[in-house]
Design a protein around this ligand. Structure first.
Ligand SMILES: *Cc1c(COP(=O)(O)O)cnc(C)c1O
Length: 478
């Protein structure tokens, strides 16, 4: 399996070759040159598999340059009941090996729990695999890497918990000083591992992001200190996320003649991109329901055919903060398929986007083809979130986080009779306690293992928003 760029001007590469990099050299995103296909016979066999077997079956089609025995070992170490143990108190009974248990709310309405991992957000599902893959590939090559990232919460903690204690990897994570929730700060800053460095920047998330860009644009520094990233455009993250769409499908159906709709709280289009790929591989998906919050750039596209990324300054700060995005970095992968995999079309679209503009598909053949991809979309507001959290608690006794509430709110407007709707649960409520208190007037459930983490000693370096200071810090420790 070779990987090609959505912009069409980079040489094809293997899975291991694209694993540690970010964008392709031509500025595009990597995708497999064709999607592996699962036949009816394959699906029948996959229905009986546990999460690890399923993950190996799917990932081995993508990571075919890693010897099967090694990949199986990596997958078996990644998806264990030990890692995905943060089942909420009072949660439904769980088979410890489920990894992504399904919660039935009512007939044909399910939550797919993706947030039982170390940081209680779905990003663990892919990031934990990335940690083990990075360590494996670096060791084979005798190389090391220094990961530099910026986070407003979920991504940074998922990356740190995935990379902690990994040989050959150090993590330098920038976060805005004083702007994350107390729980999120405790999660990141209390890690004792010597290869994890937390840097709190006096500024906003955008200042952190600008520093990462400035450091990465210094080619000499980047090469000398082997600076890498684990951002959401990494193909291995998308590949890892494909697995739970299959798992959710098998849980919500009895036979492979049925099809299922998935509702996905979306920001960077990474999670739902995996659902798109799963459908392209043969999973019977009736519909992919994309939910946004007040930052509705993606909903606007699927309703109108106009993709109009916003300026960063236009991004609204909401109570589902992990979906507060102005442009959806993974969207280009879907656009490549929509364009019939014609890279020259993608180049023309992103020529406009990269210049700060938009593109408009109305009246083009691409707009006519859009329904084939079975997307539906909708938005959710702060008031919707509160009402959905409250209704789900009252009706089903299940507490959901604000992002999942966005997904469920939009899902409920898109149900079709007889078609199971599976809403992806992307985080646990304890990460967003303030909104839970506002909705329910009580404290969120917290997994037992995480009682009292706010009281643990914390390690964090506070710095001014200056790339020079961050470079000096890295140079002294890399
Ligand atoms: C990252 C995140 C999202 C958005 O996922 P994308 O892959 O960026 O679309 C939704 N909910 C939570 C809790 C997240 O952390």
């Amino acid at each position: 399996m070779k990987y090609i760029s959505t912009r069409g001007n980079s040489p094809a590469q293997t899975f291991s070759e694209i694993l540690l990099g970010g964008l392709a050299p031509d500025g595009g995103l990597y995708l497999p040159e064709s999607y592996p296909q699962f036949s009816e016979t394959d699906l029948a066999a996959m229905r009986a598999m546990n999460y690890r077997e399923l993950a190996f079956t799917i990932l081995s089609r993508f990571a075919d340059d890693i010897p099967a025995a090694d990949l199986r070992d990596i997958v078996n170490r990644t998806y264990t009941a030990e890692v995905y143990k943060h089942v909420r108190t009072g949660d439904h009974a769980q088979n410890a090996d489920d990894i992504t248990p399904t919660v039935k709310l009512e007939d044909n309405l399910f939550l797919l729990s993706l947030s039982n991992g170390p940081t209680l957000a779905f990003k663990d599902m892919a990031m934990q695999l990335l940690g083990n893959l990075f360590e494996y590939v670096l060791e084979k090559r005798g190389e090391t890497i220094n990961i530099l990232g910026a986070t407003s919460g979920d991504t940074g903690s998922a990356a740190e918990y995935a990379m902690r204690g990994k040989h050959g990897v150090k993590v330098f994570m920038l976060s805005p000083h004083g702007l994350m929730s107390e729980f999120q700060r405790a999660q990141m800053y209390s890690l004792p591992d010597a290869n994890i460095f937390n840097i709190a920047i006096r500024g906003m998330f955008d200042d952190c992001q600008d520093i990462v860009k400035a450091v990465s644009n210094d080619a000499a520094f980047k090469a000398q200190y082997r600076i890498g990233a684990v951002n959401s455009i990494n193909w291995a993250r998308v590949a890892a996320q494909i697995v739970y769409y299959f798992k959710g499908y098998f849980e919500a159906t009895r036979t492979n003649d049925e099809s299922v709709a998935f509702a996905v709280p979306s920001g960077n289009f990474g999670n739902i991109c995996a659902g798109h790929v799963a459908r392209m591989m043969g999973l019977p998906v009736a519909k992919l329901v994309l939910a946004t919050n007040e930052n509705d750039v993606l909903d606007e596209f699927f309703r109108s055919g106009v993709y109009r990324p916003r300026a960063t300054a236009e991004t609204r700060v909401t109570s589902s903060p992990s979906m507060d995005i102005s442009k959806a970095s993974n969207f280009e992968r879907f656009a490549f398929d929509l364009a019939g995999r014609d890279a020259s079309v993608v180049r023309a679209w992103w020529g406009k986007v990269d210049a700060g503009g938009s593109f408009d598909l109305r009246g083009t053949p691409y707009m006519a083809r859009l329904p084939e991809f079975r997307f539906a979309s909708g938005t959710s507001s702060h008031a919707d979130r509160l009402a959905t959290i409250r209704a789900t608690w009252e009706k089903y006794g299940v507490m959901i986080d604000p992002h999942t509430a966005d997904g469920l709110k939009v899902a409920l407007t898109r149900r079709e009779s007889g078609v199971p709707m599976v809403v992806l649960e992307t985080a646990q409520p304890v990460k967003f306690a303030e909104t839970i208190r506002e909705a329910l007037g009580r404290e969120p459930d917290r997994p037992r293992e995480l009682e009292g983490i706010e009281a643990l000693p914390q390690r964090v370096e506070v710095m001014e928003a200056e790339a020079g200071a961050v470079k000096a810090f890295i140079a002294a420790r890399a």
